[in-house]
Ligand binder design. Sequence first.
Ligand code: TXA
Ligand code: MG
Length: 330
Amino acid sequence: MELLRVDPTHPDPATLRVAAGVLRAGGLVAFPTETVYGLGAHALDVHAVGRIYAAKGRPSYNPLIVHVADAAAAQALVSDWPLSAELLARAFWPGPLTMVLPKRDTVPDAITAGLPTVAVRVPGHPVALALLRETRLPIAAPSANRFTELSPTTALHVVESLGDAVDIVLDGGPTTVGIESTVVDLTGPAPRVLRPGMISAAQIADVVGAVDERPVHVEEGAARSSPGMVDRHYAPRAHLVLFDDATRHEILARATAEAAEGTRVGSLAFTPLPVTDAHVMPRNAAAYARRLYAELHALDELDCELVLVEMPPAGAEWAGVRDRLERAAR
Ligand code: TXA
Ligand code: MG
């Protein structure tokens, strides 16, 4: 594994050429996107895609997102480009929105886990975009962590999780959005959010009209159409307990009792709590999301066994954060 530092806004072209060469040859390159670090491989090279699943220890029923440089490159992978896709691409690309569309035959089943659809996204990070432009290839990239572990928001997280399973890690500093992209399915009668993120259902509805708000359920073992179907996905090692105003006192009393028995207790809350590792989180959803995984990684580093998490308020802008907290607490 080679760790190469790049400027987050003006990445060195020579470094990008090296990384692009590795991708063209079927290698794995981890790179920063604005959401989390991705583990990239040439999307049309079945062998390279197989290396992603092996490196992550990820079951092959979990389909991958294909990253492209622009909407035209996305259209080359899909067999239908509805008006909703055009409008969403204009509104949010490059950015943290992934669209699920019917795939062309050229997209291998290894990418889509046999589904007739493919997930595509133009990432907003200058390093990711420059790499995509340099390779002129579609790049499959799940989050660059081992299966069921926390997603990485720094290059160090990637190195710690994947080590030598990856050929190159491009270190472009911490990511700015901090949680994974919103995944929206455009193959049904109305757009449907499969995975909430920092682009909210309300923002999508503003662009395309109504969205289908029904919750998503998938049969165990079937091709997963959204990531949350896997229990304890996005999970830290510590046990997370969520609380709100109604349960604050009861949860704190329980934590105090456990701490007395030697359990190391941390917290992520909007005010400091009387626990060993009290982390105060911002009341702004974007700022919270940017820090969330780094805070959870840090609490794991401290060997916290129990983490008390204050539930953020209801509201569309918090949906992605609430979703990740609920999953991490399972
Ligand atoms: O922000 C992100 O989306 C990051 C960065 C690296 O781009 N990527 C990411 O990839 O989170 P991953 O593999 O950890 O999650 C992608 C999720 C999959 O778990 C899958 O459920 C959904 O996108 N997905 C992929 N292809 C799909 C398809 N054809 N239909 C429905 N959902 C799909
Ligand atoms: Mg992931």
